[in-house]
Design a protein around this ligand. Structure first.
Ligand code: NDP
Length: 797
């Protein structure tokens, strides 16, 4: 071919990466790896092994030990043994280890990139330019956190042993996202990589030895799902951090429900990629290429659902089809390749199966004309059109290079379609009008929104999902906080298991005093109105002196459903600005203050505490109400400045509808502290007040009725927590559950929270002193009342 012909073809010659060093490293290990436990390579107890393959060639790469439950036990024991010394290592020293790891990663960057490409099938261009640099960045960033931890997180401590389970799509990067914050915060770690892609985790183990990381701080147990399950089930693990499928995430939530293990879940997605009619279509096409064909589409936050304005749909799709034909698919070690191999036969089959199903359901399938290699696991870039919003192609995570396209006409319709999914991991919005894009960002239910960009990540910016994409963030301050807890929490006494479900005791039969106040029946408070309970039952409430004070309604499943419906209908509250919410809360606080003596007298009578004690509770409740008002316009997020001319606005958004099961004690104080701080941030609440002393909460209706709180923002359903809390936990319309009810119910509500993967906040059956929580308490509640959305806004030409 002469120069002129080559110029006319504009084709690339092969540009193969030299893989010799990676192969030499494998050879140096005899292509046989054991488990990394307590700083040593240790064989698996029963010597079970599996092979790791190169998905591009099908060649076996290495034989890897498969850890049994007994091996996991050894690894956890090593991590436990190493924990006290690592926790007590000064932050500065921990930082030095993390800096050293970051440097090791940089020094061996090319070998790690090649190894990752060999093991996973992803293009060398991506491992070399994206994965490995981000791994190093993660360790650098978290080295800094270790250095400043004591001053930034005063009176906090690490959780202990973290069990971490990661998937195969970004093997070393996922490891970095898990290990860097955990060890920076002083935890020790047992990590299980995915069976398909263990090699870079094993290479990392070697780097840990190179830097002299103390034995047992990082342990790597290779194996399949059973190894992960054994780690999750291990009783001596304090936290589970999982990335993978929503299905396994749900299973893990169920498995850990009866323990106090902390849990963060980074799960699947079906992220919208929204293109407005004023978008720069050529840039949008490049964005789509990055959004869905980066990493073969095996990306949890892949922009797999293209939503394009009807007016530009044909033009955009025509450009996209042309661009698809120019994508190069093949040997991932070729530096000029865009799309590499699918990780394993099972994943390739899954992609094929889902595309076939989409076509059977009526979708039109367009595949790029680029040639596929004759051997290896490859799948062409694919575009599905003519799909309905409820079809498999629009709803199921395909986790492959498959894009589903739909159209919209108005911004409202774009938002509706974007949110028409159980997931909520990420979204990408393309418009030359930044006002339009920024208006849309808060309305999309997703943990990350990229504006005129996509698939960007940085250690400083939290990453994680809303809804069934999981909870918790990785990266940034929030990600680190997930590996810490306030030191005082562990010092709280445990409640007896059955505390808190007894309703005010029944009046003794025939007691003449039982007639006192007989006409007063406290109803439910739903949608701004007092409502009779659906079941028609009520229960007498008897004061400490034995007299019948009033009856209280016994709410049931239907009442909870009505209350959740009312709360969902009050979504406008979240859109009010903080100042407006603050004013309403101040007014409520003032109204409560005006009735201070009345509430105090009632509290003294009902609870049998002294007038002074009752007064103290009401005063503290008033103070908490003012605190909630004060915070309504102050709990701001942050602006990050990650590398690459982009600002990331980390917004604190409300969770949505929060179910609150109040504790039996401090009946007004706990109720006011929890409910008002929750609504201060724009949440709506369905509260189940103290069963033992519900009348202070029902008296609070009068404060609500004389305030300007919109109907449905705060709903109160009295009744037995053991009956009502499971209904809240099951309910798909409840986004978060705060459970301070009977300790015996904790495991049950956690297990039920899998319905829609709602977050559950409990104090694990520990007794809180609501009077002595101090200044940090409000921030603690606000943290549970909000989730962080990172909005990426690039700047410059
Ligand atoms: P999984 O959720 O099964 O795997 C993720 C990790 O969990 C792996 O290390 C896996 O081990 C391990 N694991 C599997 N079962 C259990 C268990 N019961 N307890 C503890 N750990 C377990 O994802 P897959 O790899 O099977 O992929 C299936 C689908 O999940 C994909 O098609 C994709 O849709 C989605 N996915 C989403 C990811 C994300 O980042 N959100 C990442 C990966 C997959 P092993 O792999 O060794 O079996």
């Amino acid at each position: 071919m002469n120069t002129l012909e080559a110029f006319a073809m504009m084709d690339y010659g092969p540009a193969p990466e030299d893989a010799r060093e990676a192969h030499a490293w494998l050879d140096a290990h005899d292509r046989r790896f054991d488990l990394f436990i307590d700083g040593q390579w240790q064989p698996a107890t029963d010597d079970t092994r599996f092979d790791s393959h190169d998905p591009a060639s099908g060649e076996p790469l290495a034989s890897i030990a498969s850890a049994s439950a007994a091996d996991v036990d050894r690894a956890v024991a090593a991590a436990r043994k190493a924990f006290p010394a690592w926790r007590d290592t000064p932050g500065h020293m921990r930082a030095r280890y993390l800096y050293a790891l970051a440097r090791q990663i940089q020094k061996h960057a090319r070998r790690l990139a090649v190894l990752e490409t060999l093991d996973n099938g992803k293009p060398i261009r991506e491992t070399r330019d994206i994965d490995i640099p981000l791994v190093a960045r993660h360790f650098y960033h978290h080295a800094g956190w270790a250095q400043i931890l004591a001053s930034e997180f005063p009176d906090h401590e690490p959780l202990g042993v973290a069990g971490q389970v990661i998937p195969w799509n970004f093997p070393l990067l996922m490891l970095a996202w898990k290990i860097a914050p955990a060890i920076a915060a002083g935890n020790t770690v047992v990590l299980k990589p995915a069976e398909f892609t263990s090699l870079t985790a094993l290479a990392f183990a070697e780097l840990c030895r190179n830097v002299g990381l103390p034995d047992g701080v990082v342990n790597i147990v290779t194996g399949a799902g059973e190894t992960g399950a054994a780690l999750v089930a291990h009783p001596d693990v304090d936290k589970i951090a999982f990335t993978g499928s929503t299905e396994v995430g749900r299973e893990i939530r169920r498995q850990t429900a009866d323990s106090a293990k902390r849990l963060t879940l980074e799960l699947g997605g079906k992220s919208p990629f929204i293109v407005f009619d004023d978008a720069d279509l050529d840039s949008a096409v490049e964005g789509i290429v990055d959004g869905i064909w980066f990493n073969q589409g095996e990306v949890c936050c892949a922009g797999s659902r293209l939503l394009v304005h009807e007016a530009v749909s044909e033009r955009l799709l025509a450009k996209l089809r042309r661009r698809m034909n120019t994508l190069r698919i093949g040997n991932p070690l070729d530096k000029a390749i865009d799309i590499g191999a699918i990780v394993a036969p099972v994943q390739l089959e899954r992609i094929r199966g889902l595309v076939d199903q989409a076509v059977a359901e009526g979708a039109t399938c367009h595949q790029a004309e680029c040639p596929l290699p004759e051997t290896g696991l490859f799948y062409p870039p694919t575009l599905l059109t003519d799909v309905g919003p409820a079809s498999t192609a629009a709803q199921t995570e395909i986790f492959g290079p498959v894009l589903t396209a739909m159209t919209f006409r108005t911004p409202d319709e774009a938002v509706m379609l974007a949110n028409n999914t159980a997931y909520g991991l990420a979204a990408s919005v393309w418009s030359e009008n930044i006002n339009v894009a920024l208006e849309l960002a808060p309305r999309i239910q997703a943990g990350v929104v990229w504006i005129n960009t996509t698939n960007r990540f940085d250690a400083a910016c939290g990453f994680g999902g809303y809804r069934e994409s999981g909870y918790g963030r990785e990266g940034g301050r929030e990600g680190l906080a997930a590996y810490l807890r306030p030191a005082w929490e562990q010092r709280l006494p445990m409640l007896p298991l059955d505390t808190g479900d007894e309703l005010g005791a029944a009046a003794p039969a025939g007691d003449p005093s039982a007639a006192f106040g007989i006409d007063r029946t406290a109803k439910l408070y739903i949608g701004g109105k007092q409502k009779r309970p659906d079941g028609g039952y009520s229960q007498p409430i008897v004061a400490a002196d034995g007299q019948h004070v009033a009856d209280v309604s016994l709410g049931n499943r239907k009442d909870i459903r009505d209350a959740v419906e009312a709360a969902r209908a009050a979504a406008g509250w979240a859109r009010q600005d903080g100042h407006a919410r603050a004013q309403i809360l101040y007014y409520m606080a003032e109204n409560l203050a005006q009735r201070r003596d009345e509430f105090a007298a009632r509290d003294a009578r009902l609870s049998g505490v002294t007038a002074q004690q009752a007064g103290a509770e009401i005063d503290e409740a008033i103070s908490q109400a003012f605190s909630a008002a004060a915070w309504a316009d102050k709990y701001d997020g942050a602006v990050h400045n990650p590398p690459g001319r982009v600002l990331t606005a980390a917004l604190h958004e409300p969770m949505g509808v929060i179910g609150i099961v109040c504790p039996a004690d401090a009946p007004l104080l706990a109720f006011v502290s929890l409910a008002l701080h929750a609504i201060a941030l724009g949440n709506r609440v369905v509260a189940i007040p103290s069963a033992r002393c519900p009348l202070l909460a029902t008296d609070f209706y009068q404060v609500l009725e004389t305030s300007d709180l919109p109907d449905g923002v705060l709903n109160i359903v009295t009744g037995r927590p053991t009956e009502l809390a499971p209904v809240l936990a099951d309910h798909m319309g409840v986004d978060a559950l705060w459970y301070f009810g009977p300790a015996s119910g904790i495991a049950d509500v956690k297990a039920r929270s899998t319905s829609n993967l709602k977050t559950v906040w409990t104090h694990e059956g520990r007794a809180l002193d609501w009077f002595a929580l101090g200044a940090g308490h409000a921030r603690d509640i606000l943290g549970h009342a909000s989730q962080v959305k990172n909005v990426w806004i690039p700047y410059g030409e």
